[in-house]
Each structure stands twice: as C-alpha cells, then as structure tokens.
Design a protein around this ligand. Sequence first.
Ligand code: FAD
Ligand code: NAD
Length: 467
Amino acid sequence: MSEPYDLVIIGGGPGGYNCAIRAGQLGLKVACIEKRATLGGTCLNVGCIPSKALLHASQSYEEVSTALPAMGVVCKDLSLDLGAMMKAKDETVDGLTKGIAFLFKKNKVTHIEGTGRIAGPGSVEVSDAKNKKSTLSTKNIVIATGSEVTPLPGIEIDEKRIVSSTGALSLSSVPKSMVVIGAGVIGLELGSVWRRLGAKVSVVEYLPRILPGADGEVAKQATRAFKKQGIDFHLGMKVTGVEKLKSKLKLSMEPAAGGDAAQLEADVVLVCIGRRPITQGLGLEEAGVTIDTRGFIETDHWKTGAANIWAIGDCTTGPMLAHKAEEEGTACAEAIAGKAAHVNYDVIPGVVYTAPEIAWVGRTEEELKDAGIAFKKGAFPFSANARARANHQSTGFVKVLADATTDEILGVHMLGPNVSEMIGEAALAMEFRAASEDIARTCHAHPTLSEALRQAAMGVEGWTMQM
Ligand code: FAD
Ligand code: NAD
C-alpha cells in the first residue's frame, strides 16, 4: 500500500481546486477527486465563467445599436451569430479548465477522475466512469462537493424549454419570449443576456422585491433600470405550474399574499430559485458529519464534527460564491498544514454582472437598522461623475455607510458601470478597518469612475464637492 495522502479533496470546484493548489504549495501530499471530466466545478463549467462570457458578448451586441450611435459610431448591418457566440464562450471555458489541470501538475496535485465517497476513517472510495472502485488512504478529507439547482416542485426541467441556468447558457436559438422564475442573481444576469439578444423577458418573483440580499435602495433603482430596458417584473407572485403546450409554455401564477391567478406564455422558462448543497451519497452520516436542517454541512473553521474531516464552499453555510469557496479552500489547506488560517466573513463582496452592474460589501442599511447600529451615510450619483458622463454610462450611484461614532466603514453599495471592479477598493479598505475619511482623503485619478466612491465617502461628513 502506498504512503497515505495528507489530504484527499472530494470536488474540484473553486473550493476544492484552490485548497488542492495551496496544499501542494505547502508541500502536502494531496489528491483531488472530481466526477466531471473537467476541473473548475460549477464556476468554470456552468456558472461564473460561461455566464460572464455571454454577458460580455450580449452587452457588446446590444451597445452597437443602443449606446454607440449617440457617440457617432453607426453600424448599419448588425447581425447576431449565436453559434459563434456560444463557441467563443465554450473556448473560454475549455481554456480555463485546462489551466486548472496545468496548475495541479505544477503544484504536484494528483487529479483523480471519478466519484468520491467517505468509506471510513481516513479512507475515501473512488468509483470511475465504468464503476471500477479504488480506495485512497489519507490523513485528512476535505468535502468540497458544491451545490446544484434547487428544483421547483411540479415543474420538470428538461434543459430545452424549461431550463435551469445550465440550459440557459447553451440555448441553440434566441427564444421570442422567456419567463424567468426568481429575481435573484441568475435570473437577472441570464434574463439580461437573452433580453439583449432579442427575447421578451418577464421575471416572476415570490418576494415583493428583487435581489433579497442586496441593499433596498440599490435594488429599487436597479429594478427601475431593468424595467427601462424592457424586462417585465411580476413581484410578490408565486408560480403554481407550467403547462407544456405544443409550441408554447403556459405559466400559471398567483399573488403570494393570495388573490386572483394570472398566466404568462413563453417559449422558454428559466427556473432559478436558488441552489442547494450536494451532500447525498457521500457517506457523511456514517462518518459522523452533521448536516443542518437546510442540508448544509455544519463546520467550525472548516472542521466538521468528525475528526480530520473538513468541508468548504457551497456545501457549507454562507454565501454561495466562488470567491467565498476559494477563500475557504485556501484557509482550510493552511489549517491542515498547521498554519494560522483566517477568512473574514464580514468582507465578502457580492456582484451582479448586469448593466448597470451591482456590487456591495459589508452590511446594508436595513441590516444596520435591524442591528440597532448608528451609522452615517454618504452617496454620490454617477450622473455627477465626469468619466461616467463621458462614457454615456451615468445610471446608478455609490453609497458608503460608516459607524456614527468611529467612522469605520460598515458597508459600501454600488449600482453603475464597472462597479464589479470598483468594489475591490472598498473591500480592501474594510479589510484594513478603514474609516470613510481614509477613502475620502485618498487621491483618486481624474477622471475615473472610482472618484464616485471617494465622493460618496466625502459625503459621509457632508463635503462632497465634485459635479
Ligand atoms: P462547485 O463549483 O459546485 O464544485 C463542486 C465540484 O464537486 C463539482 O465540480 C462537482 O462535480 C464535484 N462533485 C460533487 N460531488 C462529487 C463527488 N461525490 N465526487 C467527486 N466530485 C464531486 N459565483 C461567483 O462568485 N461569481 C459569479 O459570477 C457566479 N456566477 C454564477 C453563475 C451561475 C449560472 C451559477 C450556477 C453559479 C454562479 N456562481 C458565481 C456561484 C459559483 O459557481 C459557486 O459558488 C462556486 O462554484 C462554488 O464552488 P464550490 O467549489 O464550493 O462548488
Ligand atoms: P438567488 O438566491 O440569488 O435568487 C433566487 C430568487 O428566487 C430569490 O429572489 C427568491 O426570493 C426567489 N424565489 C425562491 N422561490 C421562488 C418561487 N417559488 N417563485 C418565485 N421566486 C422564488 O438564487 P439564484 O439566482 O438561483 O442563484 C443561485 C446561487 O448562485 C446564488 O446563491 C448566487 O449567489 C450564485 N450566483 C452568483 C452569481 C454572482 O455572484 N454574480 C451569479 C449567479 C449565481
């Protein structure tokens, strides 16, 4: 029998692959088991990367007819080659998943293709595609099995007409109409993609607002912007069924608070009401790993209740985000190697890659009010930011929330152009426990969009000055 591994990771997504690479860098003997043919998990294969590729391509397509003419750029013969757009997306995914395989080799990580299961203390069984079994012996096991689409009872996803995000990333033609169930991150991002490419998009959401986790003021202004783009919202509505007619789908809904039923017709229905952790068939119960009522593995500093079994990423509690999984993967490897390991859960940014983009870090106004924390607020609109005006992208604003006594930044919320990149500055400031005045007194290049963050920070003490 060969030397045992220091750690065996089940799952090769952002949690698992970052854990594997960091463990390799620290000189640990590590194997990562992945059941997909490619590494990278949901994020690289059917999540972050293909969705961002389509968001960028569809935004570029739409801008040619909507934004560029006002700047003197006129294109008379615009056409869409959806096949080429999908191919470009697939090539990006292919290149990036191969990049992870390269990093595994570079950091001496053993990549095992197959399905992993805990077989006993320090023992992981792997079944390959032909169901041939082998067993790995290891000092530590890391569960990084991620998440899957939450189904809507009574509505069967066929990935052709009734799709999850996975099907919506690969439609072979632009539907005339699409109904999106769930006004969360996926609904808004993929709804935007297909609207830009020509579909009439309607969104049905159970709650009376979009993006439940985001700051209320941001969500309100974002709703206005998306409505202006042509998306219809049916808020506070509960979907009761989808009937498959020959050429159309008929979706029935009724007010969540009770009331008259209504119907919508569509060519494609996208179900995106959240994701659920993958914890079945892993031998968790027998191993003594406990799961909460929502199915998430319970952890304390990535340790489960069972000795030498760890869990990270989407299969544990917290935001289901690639960078959260990545942070935990790195920290978990460092903890296993005996190093001090830390994840600051108060500073995990969230981004919605629509246009305008939405980004935030820290607490919302609603959360601060609920917690009884006194705070000051500064805000600045992109309509008063010179770079945004020059770029014809002036929808949105930046808001900085700071502690009323200490001025420590407690939350930053943005709606506007390129805010996915701007939020990093706010996260860094919060990581250093900066005061809003630290941002307000930092020289920012002119003209840049990031000046809007500085002006919002200046607004906390009431000295915003730029037009
Ligand atoms: P996963 O990425 O799900 O990886 C888990 C891996 O484990 C999978 O590859 C799975 O095949 C494998 N696995 C499961 N069970 C076994 C087993 N028994 N044996 C072997 N392998 C197994 N997040 C962001 O931060 N930014 C975004 O822009 C973003 N966009 C998204 C867009 C979409 C459409 C979707 C669906 C998600 C998006 N996410 C985004 C969320 C992000 O993809 C996840 O939070 C992230 O992938 C979680 O990483 P993970 O490693 O925990 O799990
Ligand atoms: P979500 O949790 O973001 O949104 C789901 C929405 O569906 C919520 O607004 C919820 O109120 C609504 N909903 C729930 N049940 C419903 C019902 N029966 N009828 C109508 N509406 C209902 O989930 P998602 O959009 O499916 O995304 C899944 C996960 O993937 C999220 O956790 C998200 O963090 C992650 N993700 C992140 C990004 C990003 O970071 N840019 C992009 C895509 C996905």
